[in-house]
Design a binder for this molecule. Structure first.
Ligand code: CA
Length: 258
């Protein structure tokens, strides 16, 4: 007898945006958007920038001095910290060194009142990834943050494959031995998550959370049925392995470099 396949409770509501909230691109690598911390003691400026970035779809936190910026950066993994150089409390330079020293994934964009070459060099030598002098044009800040956010997020290669099965997340296509395979959105999503796991085990619950929305049938039989139709469409030999009671995996999944 198989162990029970149903879930005790419905999955928590969770919306997966079809497009990256941070940059508008459609793709797995920055599907989750960009999380920003602004550390700036000029409150009207900090608030205006935060409002503008939120309108751009970014998740934004604000700190008005170096110490509270330091506290926030210590507990949350930000993609990018927009850091004023001249701050009360912990200085921008020291905070920059702390952030870039302890968390390699967080990028720092330094803001300064003076944009002299020596300032710029000093900021970059402390580990800042980019530099913008005040006053700056808001669109330029947005463009730079998007570029930094993309660099901060671990990239999933654009093309995923397992043997002769190839999935292209950006074109939303799947083929086997060069022949296109037509999949429903859910089937495509399941295959994408399984391939992106690089041979790792993915539970039915995780598939349910990542591929279905909050209106999903709360039973993992939904996943089982979708995997069944997916297998049928992909044909033989099968690439998806069932690990009874645990989930699924594609042992031959490869993360091909883009
Ligand atoms: Ca300042």
């Amino acid at each position: 007898m198989n162990p029970p396949q149903w879930r005790a409770r419905a999955p928590p509501p969770r919306r997966i945006p079809q497009r990256c909230a941070g940059c508008g691109d459609d793709g797995v690598w920055h599907r989750w958007g960009v999380r920003i911390l602004i550390v700036e003691d000029e409150q009207p400026l900090a608030d205006a920038v935060a409002r503008g970035l939120r309108r751009e779809g970014m998740a934004v936190d604000v700190a008005y001095d170096g110490d509270s910026g330091h506290e926030k950066a210590a507990v949350t993994r930000y993609d990018v910290v927009v850091l004023d150089r001249d701050l009360p409390g912990m200085s921008g330079d020291r905070l920059c060194a702390e952030i870039t020293g302890s968390r390699a994934v967080t990028r720092v964009l330094m803001l300064t009142a003076s944009g002299t070459v020596s300032d710029r060099v000093a900021g970059l030598s402390l580990g800042a990834d980019d530099y913008l002098s005040k006053p700056f044009a808001f669109p330029e800040l947005v463009a730079r943050l998007r570029a930094l956010g993309r660099r901060a997020t671990p990239a999933v290669p654009p093309v995923l494959s397992a043997g002769d099965v190839v999935l292209d997340p950006s074109r939303r296509t799947v083929s086997r031995s060069g022949t296109p395979v037509e999949l429903t959105r859910k089937e495509f999503g399941v295959l994408e998550v399984l391939l992106a796991a690089g041979g790792g085990l993915v539970s039915s619950e995780e598939l349910l959370e990542r591929v279905w929305d909050e209106n999903a049938d709360p039973f993992t039989t939904t996943v089982r049925v979708t995997v069944m139709t997916l297998r049928k469409k992909l044909g033989e030999p099968g690439i998806i392995e069932t690990v009874v009671g645990s989930g699924y995996r594609v042992p031959s999944a490869e993360l091909a470099p883009g």
